[in-house]
Structure formats: structure tokens, C-alpha cells
Design a protein around this ligand. Structure first.
Ligand code: SAH
Ligand code: SF4
Ligand code: F3S
Length: 440
């Protein structure tokens, strides 16, 4: 038997990239590779990249530059770029950084073992096609390893919404949903391997409309109800959602499906209707607030999370104030906020840019407000009883760390609780980035 070759994957960007990296590692396992945790040991390095903001994309080139010495020392080392930068820049990556042997876009990962064999013969390989197939069904996996208690599962990919700032419709392609039967098979397999909580992933996950097990078209809510019946699966989450796709059945599921966790990531980007229109979001601040109201009517304790962009082209102080007002109205439990980053090829790139210093100042004010809200929501957990799914040992002897239903990190003295166990906990203290709990 030949010795296993070593693969190092570094993952940037969103959770979908985390999921894709796992699938690539499994596929390469079938091609004789084992995964390692450092570039120095590797026979092949794969960077799974993100193109969402300029900084994310530029990081890739500085990282690649650092591999020069490694390649000098080990001429057989192969370097690949996968993910959204690969899709957006294609062959340009090899021109700009000749160290790169292989470029593979997110819809072509099933071809990775084949491409690896090509570059082993010398030369380069490039594939950034959008084939009409379920790439995950084509990925040949190695024997399945035991897993931790939580896992991601991609159910939907791509986006047809074309927000004026965003590269995702170009890097991930058109919206497409995986058939429910494949998702359910994968979920059952994950549960057999130790998973208790699954987060369904999609760039527009609530736009899911896949082929159902009954031959019909299933919504995300339908899929969640089917997953609800999987024995041993304790918790279901999904991300990321668009406000316009929060359908009645999904809102209702939040009130009636016990396995569906009370946490919703619902990006709004801005609270100004003028800016929302220029962003091509197709919703208003008011329609967003109405959706939140309906979700809270179905599930009063739900924790709301969001995404915000400040300094979008033409944003005035009044527009920004409208965003602060919306935040005050919603009361977010957590949020992600970004300074607008110009992405070549997107409609907003051509417009009048906001002064960078002004945008920095707005981001600071926005984040101060969001941090205050996050604190308030977290502090309000103190005294409450809730379930915690324990994931790993804590720093202190006998301590375990896990996540509450609301996705807060909780640590507790729990020497007899195993990893992957759900236990009832009373929250006793709210710390900077976590809660302290006591087993009941
Ligand atoms: N599909 C999701 C999110 C996709 S990207 C949605 O519809 O909300 C994740 C977040 O990155 C976005 O919600 C947005 O807040 C941010 N983002 C996307 N493009 C950006 C850009 N050009 N500059 C700054 N932030 C951006
Ligand atoms: Fe990007 Fe989300 Fe808008 Fe799609 S809906 S274009 S992924 S921000
Ligand atoms: Fe980044 Fe692509 Fe995800 S651009 S955020 S890795 S979909």
C-alpha cells in the first residue's frame, strides 16, 4: 500500500464554505488523502476562499505568497484555490500567483479528485463551470468518521436576488435546492455518527423548494417537519434567510415544531427605504418589521439576529439614522455589521461612494448600539432554565461548554455530562461572551 498523501484545507467565509471543505476532504479521502492541520505537513494545500468583501479576497493572495518557501522545499507540493474567489477570478489567479496549480469553483467540487490527478502529471487544472447537477450527490465520500454533536447541511445554494452590493449570485450561481430525500439520508447518516443538532444552510435557505419525497415541491417548513421525525436528531436550525421568503408555514413552524430552535438570522442591511430600494432588496423597513412581529407572535422568545451594511453608496446621515431606528424597534440578540465594500461587477460599484471616515464613524455608532442590545438580551437569560447541548470540555476541571437553544455559549460544572448530551441548566451569570449555568 502506498502511504496516504496529506491534505491541508484552510477555510474562509461563510458556513457553506465550512460544509464544502468537509465534503472536499471526504472526496479527497477517496483519492488517498488524509487531512492534516498545518500547511507545512501537506502534499496538497487547498484554500477555500471568500469574495464577499475586498479584504476577504485580498487575504487569499497574501496567504498564497507565504507558500513560496514551502513549495521551494517540496516541489511536489500542489496548491489549489477553491471557493468564491476561484469562481470570480478563475484563471486570473494563476496569472497573478503562478504558485497555484489548480482553481476550482464551488459548483465543480465533484471534479476535484480528477483535477488532482491531472496536476500530479504536471501542468495546471481549472474548472469554474456551473453544471446542472447536484454536486454533493457526485462527491464520492470515504468511509464516514464519527462526528461532534453539531453539523452543517447544505440544502440550497445560489441566489437569484441580485442585491446591488453582493457577489453571491455571480460566485454561487442561480438558486437551486437539493432533493429532500438526499437531505434526509444525509441527516440520518449524521445522526448515526453522533450529530444531535443540524443547521440547514443556504444563501437563501428559506427560498428552499426542493423535490419532496412524495414527488411534490417542498418548502423549507415541509423539509423541517420531515427532519423533525428523524429519531436522535434533537435540534434544527437554518441560515441565512431573506425577509421576503419568510412564508406562513415557516413562521408557524417556529411556534409548533419543538426541534426548531428559537433563533432566526434575518438580515435587513438598512433601515432606510430609499437605500433598501437602491440595494434592490425588494422590501421596506416596515415590511421587515411586520415579518418580525409575526415571528414573535408565533414564538415570543425567539432571538433575532441580523446583518447590516453601513456606508452603502449615497447613504446620508438621515438614512443611517433610519437604520438605528429600525435596530431600536427590533432589539437584536446578535448581529453582524459591515462597512460597505465595493465589489467590481456589481451595480453599486459604479455609484457615488460614501466618505470612508464617515462610514467608519457610522459603523462604530451602529456597533455600539448593537452591542448594547446584545448585552441586554444575554443578561435577560439570567435566572431562566433552558436546555444546553454540551459540545466540549471547558477550561476548568469538570466544566463543560455548550450552546443554549438561543445559541448563547453556556458553561457549567457538569463532570458527569457527556459530549453530545442535552441537559437542563439554570443560568446564573452573564459574562462577556458567554453565560454561566448550573445543572438542574
Ligand atoms: N444571503 C444572505 C447573506 C449573504 S452575504 C442575505 O441575503 O442576507 C453575508 C452578509 O455580508 C450580507 O448579509 C451583507 O450584510 C454582507 N455583505 C455582502 N456584500 C457586501 C459588501 N459588498 N460590502 C459589505 N458587506 C457585504
Ligand atoms: Fe447576496 Fe443575500 Fe442579496 Fe442574495 S439575497 S444577493 S446572497 S445579500
Ligand atoms: Fe463568501 Fe462565497 Fe460564502 S463569497 S460569504 S464564501 S458564499
Amino acid at each position: 500500500m502506498t502511504e496516504a498523501k496529506k491534505l491541508y484545507i484552510k477555510t474562509y467565509g461563510c458556513q457553506m464554505n465550512v460544509y464544502d471543505s468537509e465534503r472536499m476532504a471526504e472526496a479527497m479521502g477517496g483519492a488517498g488523502y488524509t487531512e492534516v492541520q498545518s500547511a507545512e505537513e501537506a502534499d496538497m494545500i487547498l484554500l477555500n476562499t471568500c469574495h464577499i468583501r475586498e479584504k476577504a479576497a485580498e487575504k487569499v493572495y497574501s496567504e498564497l505568497g507565504r507558500f513560496r518557501d514551502l513549495k521551494d522545499a517540496k516541489p511536489d507540493l500542489k496548491i489549489g484555490v477553491a471557493g468564491c474567489v476561484a469562481q470570480a477570478e478563475g484563471a486570473e489567479i494563476m496569472r497573478r500567483q503562478p504558485l497555484v496549480d489548480l482553481v476550482v469553483g464551488p459548483q465543480s467540487y465533484h471534479r476535484l479528485p480528477e483535477m488532482e490527478a491531472e496536476v500530479r502529471k504536471g501542468g495546471t487544472a481549472l474548472d469554474t463551470d456551473f453544471p446542472e447537477l447536484d454536486k454533493f450527490a457526485q462527491l464520492k465520500a470515504r468511509p464516514k468518521a464519527k462526528r461532534g454533536p453539531t453539523a452543517f447541511l447544505t440544502v440550497q445554494e445560489g441566489c437569484d436576488k441580485f442585491c446591488a452590493f453582493c457577489v453571491v449570485p455571480y460566485t454561487r450561481g442561480a438558486e437551486s435546492s437539493r432533493p429532500a430525500a438526499r437531505i434526509l439520508d444525509e441527516a440520518r447518516d449524521l445522526v448515526e455518527r453522533g450529530v444531535r443538532e443540524i443547521t440547514l444552510l443556504g444563501q437563501n435557505v428559506n427560498a428552499y423548494h426542493g423535490l419532496g419525497e412524495d414527488g411534490g415541491d417542498w418548502s423549507l417548513a415541509r423539509l423541517i417537519w420531515a427532519l423533525d421525525k428523524v429519531d436522535g436528531l434533537e435540534r434544527i436550525r437554518f441560515t441565512t434567510s431573506h425577509p421576503n421568503d419568510m412564508t406562513d408555514d415557516l413562521i408557524e413552524a417556529h411556534g409548533t415544531c419543538a426541534k426548531l430552535m428559537p433563533y432566526l438570522h434575518l438580515p435587513v442591511q438598512s433601515g432606510s427605504d430609499r437605500i433598501l430600494k437602491r440595494m434592490n432588496r425588494n422590501h421596506t423597513a416596515e415590511s421587515y418589521l411586520r415579518v418580525i412581529e409575526r415571528i414573535r407572535a408565533a414564538r415570543p422568545d425567539i432571538l433575532i439576529s441580523g446583518d447590516f451594511i453601513v456606508g452603502f453608496p449615497e447613504e446620508t446621515e438621515a438614512d443611517f439614522q433610519a437604520t438605528l431606528d429600525l435596530i431600536e424597534a427590533v432589539e437584536y440578540g446578535t448581529a453582524y455589521s459591515f462597512k460597505y465594500s465595493t465589489r467590481p461587477g456589481t451595480p453599486a460599484a459604479e455609484r457615488a461612494q460614501v466618505d470612508a471616515g464617515e462610514a467608519d464613524e457610522r459603523l462604530r455608532r451602529l456597533q455600539a448600539l448593537l452591542t448594547r442590545q446584545q448585552r441586554t438580551v444575554q443578561d435577560a437569560m439570567v435566572g431562566r432554565e433552558m436546555d444546553v447541548l454540551f459540545e466540549k470540555p471547558g477550561r476548568q476541571e469538570g466544566q463543560m461548554v455548550g450552546k443554549s437553544d438561543y445559541l448563547h455559549a453556556v458553561h457549567a460544572d457538569a463532570p458527569n455530562v457527556a459530549i453530545g448530551e442535552l441537559a437542563r441548566v439554570r443560568i446564573i451569570e452573564s459574562k462577556t461572551n458567554s453565560l454561566a449555568g448550573m445543572l438542574i
